[in-house]
Design a protein around this ligand. Structure first.
Ligand SMILES: Nc1nc2c(ncn2[C@@H]2O[C@H](COP(=O)(O)OP(=O)(O)OP(=O)(O)O)[C@@H](O)[C@H]2O)c(=O)[nH]1
Ligand SMILES: [Mg+2]
Length: 351
């Protein structure tokens, strides 16, 4: 899964990127304007550590998230210049909109996080609106067109013109399918990463921010990037102490990844064996056949059955799979079986 960090100059996107990835890209107001930084993070899961202890595999593979730190957007650019890196932003699964809500020497007046968030979201709405209008203009000159696509886009125009994101636009299943070719920004899952002063992360979200987040269907997430960046570079013992002082139980990367999994409604299933213990992220209720496809397309094509047991059960019998069989906890499931979080799968297939 890909997560893109996007924000106005000096909001703390690069600092947050460093805190999440452990990398060290340059920070400071008005940082690099060209390059997109990419960083990969293992998704922590204590169950994988325990399964590794049980199976002692040659290799352990955690799920990974890929973070991109987009060049910050100058606030002056809002007055007309098009949003930058649009195609790259469209390619991510989740947008993390980094919003400045801390004060420093560059803070002109009061920081106004709610209006900053609204403004960034509005820019994305305008990108979508322009894309739709151009498309409809072109289609007007074509004889053969898809009436469902046209009617759906035409219905979207007044919604977007009212300054509303497509996240809050209702689509039928057929319309959703018809819209697949358009990767709109304002429909993309988004986290509003509200970068507050150190010590304010436990505060309640201010009402005006909550209102903007709700209006646009984005998930608010309070954090303090600078202190988290510092903590992320400490040895684990020290990390724990500093986090406790801030009233937090885990480092930012773990909290943030959990929020991203929740937002995308992702679960993990595992594969285990002497060669490899591995975690696989999939959408909740994914069928066993499609889950097999996450491992390899051959496993989906030639799917016969899935041998399934659950993490909790194998732990209860201390890793003795024969014991699971006796207890009836080792099942054979067909292709439609909805895979559960913590399921351990062994795919039987034939190609
Ligand atoms: N006090 C405080 N300062 C922060 C925080 N997060 C970032 N900063 C500072 O704000 C400045 C800008 O941070 P960056 O992370 O570079 O911001 P950016 O969004 O990447 O913006 P560009 O530099 O324009 O790319 C740096 O001097 C950071 O140290 C924070 O949580 N608290
Ligand atoms: Mg930056």
């Amino acid at each position: 899964m890909k997560i893109g960090l996007y924000g106005y100059e000096g909001a703390g996107a690069s600092t947050l990127f460093n805190a999440l990835t452990g990398l060290k890209v340059a920070t400071g107001y008005g940082g690099e304007k060209e390059k997109i930084h990419i960083g990969t993070v293992k998704v922590p899961d204590p169950r994988i550590d325990i399964l590794t202890d049980l199976y002692k595999p040659k290799k352990t593979v955690f799920a990974e998230l890929v973070f991109s730190d987009f060049p910050a957007r100058s606030k002056d650019a809002v007055k007309g210049k098009a949003l930058s890196n649009v195609s790259e932003a469209k390619a991510v699964d989740i947008l993390a909109l980094v919003i400045k809500s801390f004060s420093d020497e560059f803070t002109e007046k009061e920081v106004n996080a709610a209006s900053e968030l609204e403004s960034l979201l509005t820019e994305m709405i305008l990108v979508d609106l322009e894309q739709i209008e151009k498309y409809l203009e072109r289609q007007a000159k074509v004889a053969k067109k898809d009436p469902l696509i046209i009617s759906t886009l035409e219905r979207m125009v007044p919604h977007l013109s009212d300054g509303l994101s497509l996240r809050t636009f209702e689509l039928t299943i057929e319309e959703t399918v018809a819209m697949r070719g358009f990767s709109f920004l304002s429909i993309k899952k988004a986290i509003a990463a509200i970068n507050v002063n150190e010590g304010d992360t436990g505060n309640e979200l201010p009402a005006n921010l909550a209102q903007v987040a709700e209006k646009h269907g984005v998930k608010p997430f309070l954090l303090s990037a600078a202190i988290e960046e510092e903590i992320s570079t400490m040895p684990p013992e020290d990390q724990e102490m500093f986090l406790q002082d801030l009233g937090l139980s885990e480092p930012l990367s773990a909290r943030f990844i959990r929020a991203a999994y929740e937002l995308s409604d992702l679960i993990s299933f595992f594969t285990v064996g002497p060669d490899e213990v591995r975690s696989w992220p999939i959408g909740r209720n994914t069928s066993a056949k499609r889950a097999a496809g996450a491992i390899h397309s051959d496993l989906e094509k030639g799917f016969i059955r899935a041998e399934v047991f659950h993490y909790d059960d194998i732990i209860a019998v201390k890793g003795v799979e024969a014991e699971l069989k006796k207890l009836g906890k080792l099942r054979l499931e067909g292709k439609e079986y909805p895979v559960k979080d913590g399921d351990i799968l062994n795919i039987r297939f034939n190609v």
